[in-house]
Design a protein around this ligand. Structure first.
Ligand SMILES: Cc1cc2nc3c(=O)[nH]c(=O)nc-3n(C[C@H](O)[C@H](O)[C@H](O)COP(=O)(O)O)c2cc1C
Length: 237
């Protein structure tokens, strides 16, 4: 439930719309922003102003040369959502046949981790069928020449111009009682989605597709992760 514990201040220009925030401290927000799929409430509309607040939060993230080359394509139109949902479903089918890549085919090495992996796979399978049912789809994009074969400095910069913003969007959504799920499989057929939405394919690259919906309940927990020292390299690799 939204508690009204805090209200969003005006993070962008042109509007002041206090939206009730969940009572989460920063660490709780960071550790409980999960990939939400089965607990998305497809029946509840998402107001445009809530989307604007999340995009405003995203715009506070860093960007190369202080240029705003990130874009968010917000899809509310039902026919377009369904069409994108079909593309996602087809791509997800291809992804599912990729042994060792598909989330459900990866052996994590112990029973508890494999159990968690199985739950994640079932959740991902669900979204494979239902992406188009979310009341809003969000596509994070970055602008510039297409990344295929680009030097590391170019590709890292172009991706870096949307990835922090997209994650900020997701955190802002979670803070407002909405769920998201980072997905990339539709990029196997990126041009089809570009055509549905009129995105200029040669100069605007899609990076992430997420459903956006209020969540059924707001009690999300931190996920089990490997020990923190397993990914830290102090003073060198
Ligand atoms: C780069 C990237 C690509 C992803 N692609 C997909 C995807 O195409 N479909 C999907 O359902 N989830 C996708 N995910 C979400 C992961 O599957 C998810 O993070 C994982 O299930 C763990 O769940 P959690 O984020 O709640 O801890 C992606 C995540 C990342 C970071």
């Amino acid at each position: 439930m939204l508690s009204g514990h805090g209200t969003a201040h005006n993070v962008g220009e042109g509007y002041h719309r206090p939206v009730a925030l969940l009572p989460l401290n920063p660490d709780e927000l960071l550790s409980t922003t999960r990939a939400v799929r089965k607990r998305l409430d497809f029946s509840k509309p998402v107001p445009d102003d809530v989307v604007r607040e999340c995009v405003s939060a995203a715009m506070q993230s860093p960007s190369g040369s202080n240029m705003m080359t990130m874009s968010f394509v917000i899809v509310r139109d039902e026919a377009k959502r369904k069409a994108i949902g079909e593309v996602y479903k087809n791509c997800y089918g291809m992804y599912k046949s990729m042994d060792g890549v598909y989330i459900g085919s990866i052996d994590k090495g112990d029973a508890a981790a494999n159990q968690q992996q199985k739950r994640s796979a079932e959740s991902a399978d669900f979204l494979g069928e239902h992406m188009g049912d979310a009341p809003v789809l969000v596509i994070g994009c970055t602008q510039g020449a297409r990344l295929d074969g680009a030097p590391a400095m170019m590709s890292a910069s172009m991706l870096g111009n949307i990835l922090p913003g997209m994650w900020s969007f997701m955190l802002a959504a979670r803070a407002r009682g909405l769920g998201t799920a980072w997905t990339t499989v539709h990029l196997m057929m990126e041009q089809q989605v570009a055509d549905i939405l009129g995105i200029p394919f040669e100069t605007v690259q899609q990076v992430c597709l997420s459903p956006l919906a209020y969540t059924k309940g707001t009690d999300f927990k931190p996920a089990a992760r490997p020990p923190v020292d397993s990914i830290i390299h102090w003073d060198g690799w």
